[in-house]
Design a protein around this ligand. Sequence first.
Ligand code: ADP
Ligand code: ADP
Ligand code: ZN
Length: 212
Amino acid sequence: MHIILVGPPGAGKGTQAAKLVEEFEVPHIATGDIFRSAIKNKTPLGKKAKQFIDQGKLVPDEVTIGIVRERLAEDDCQKGFILDGFPRTIAQADALQDILADLDIELDAVLNIKVSEEEVVRRLSGRRVCECGASYHIEFNPPEEDNACDGCGAELYQREDDQPETIKERVAVYKEQTSPLISYYQDLNLLKEIEGEAGFEEVFNNIKQALC
Ligand code: ADP
Ligand code: ADP
Ligand code: ZN
């Protein structure tokens, strides 16, 4: 199963990707996670990406495309992947078509998780994350113990780019640079619209229905 998740920041891509990965046993490739790990490890990529991420801007295409090209060439992607947060521009989508053609991989579906702007702001402002990759919401999906990860017990934190000003910028960037992908994939007959403003399980059911 080769699937792309698009949708605004905070739509629930990461949350649903975790469920899909379990269901289909394929790797979860999230460019945001790759950048955050590079930043944490202070690699050259991390240094480059940080300045853009902190401002809520996109990391330049030439950096991002190279990272994805390398990752998709690894063996585990042949049987499938859940691509989360890439592509985010038309140039990235064009590059992805070339990468997939080179690898002889065909996309099965592009899922657009639809959520209103008000809900995006609610979800992002209440998001708390763990360094193990788990993600919570203070209201909609709180951890069992205050501010501690259910899985590994580590202290949860708020992403720096989940502050109000940066959220605003990310939403604007989404509208301007990423939302054109919806008609791009519609034209390729790959787009599936997913109603994302529902409970966690209900959204997952919507996705499963769209995939059969
Ligand atoms: P979100 O919760 O907004 O979906 P992500 O974790 O996917 O966040 O991305 C966090 C940040 O990483 C983005 O705001 C952007 O700066 C950078 N980023 C992630 N994916 C891409 C991409 N495909 N192209 C450019 N920048 C990206
Ligand atoms: P994205 O990867 O698209 O940025 P996340 O999966 O990180 O989004 O979800 C953003 C926030 O919204 C998280 O705090 C998450 O717990 C919460 N969330 C995700 N899906 C739902 C849902 N269906 N209902 C309520 N909150 C949700
Ligand atoms: Zn954890």
